[in-house]
Design a protein around this ligand. Sequence first.
Ligand code: G3P
Ligand code: CA
Length: 235
Amino acid sequence: MTEIFAHRGSSGTHPENSLPAIKAAINSKADGIELDIHLIKTGELIVMHDEKVDRTTNGSGYLKDFTLAKLKKLEIGNRFFRKVRVPTLEEVFKLIGDAEIILNIELKTDVFEYAGIEQKVIDLANKYPHINVMYSSFNPATLVRLRKIDSTSRLALITHENLDAVLDLHKKIQLDAVHPPIKAKDNPVLKEIPARYWTVNKEEDIAYFYAIHAKGMMTDFPEVAVSIRKKEHIQ
Ligand code: G3P
Ligand code: CA
């Protein structure tokens, strides 16, 4: 069955990477949640897409320069979602609780390496062993470090259109999958390794990735993907 991952939570209908978006993703009956993490000055793992808080909050500056106390003063809501704060990754683990959903944590280490982030995220996940976690990154060095720390974790390389590095990395550290953009869909490398595509929002694209039996897709509208799957009786 093609897995549906809620991209940045249910980000088409809720503030991206927020607790309401995560909650909506759980309620949508998606198979997984994808979110992005960074490390801040006081050592907490923070859920946000960009390196800077400017686009998604009412503040400004690099996340890495924030203390948790300062970050928690910012708002990421909008007029429909008021008083929503930037979540820590631990708050997401707590929110997931007993829900049966895969948590795909993307380590955003492509601009800043955030020394020690790999060990921190694995230590945190180990506190919640009942939660089904997997890791992804655009940065192969992060995946190599994760593999050294944990020989069994599920790892995925996120790519742009060029997939040249994928199979060598797969040979070296045993990837679970590659996460390519939709536009890479005809690349022959994708015959050699399972793929979860991003970001699949149009109904015809969702239907296409079911039809080719892709391993998975990341979508901002998981409830739409779930309803197409139900309607078409796709297994
Ligand atoms: O997991 C794939 C996708 O999330 C990568 O793109 O920019 O949304 O993090 P981005
Ligand atoms: Ca991401």
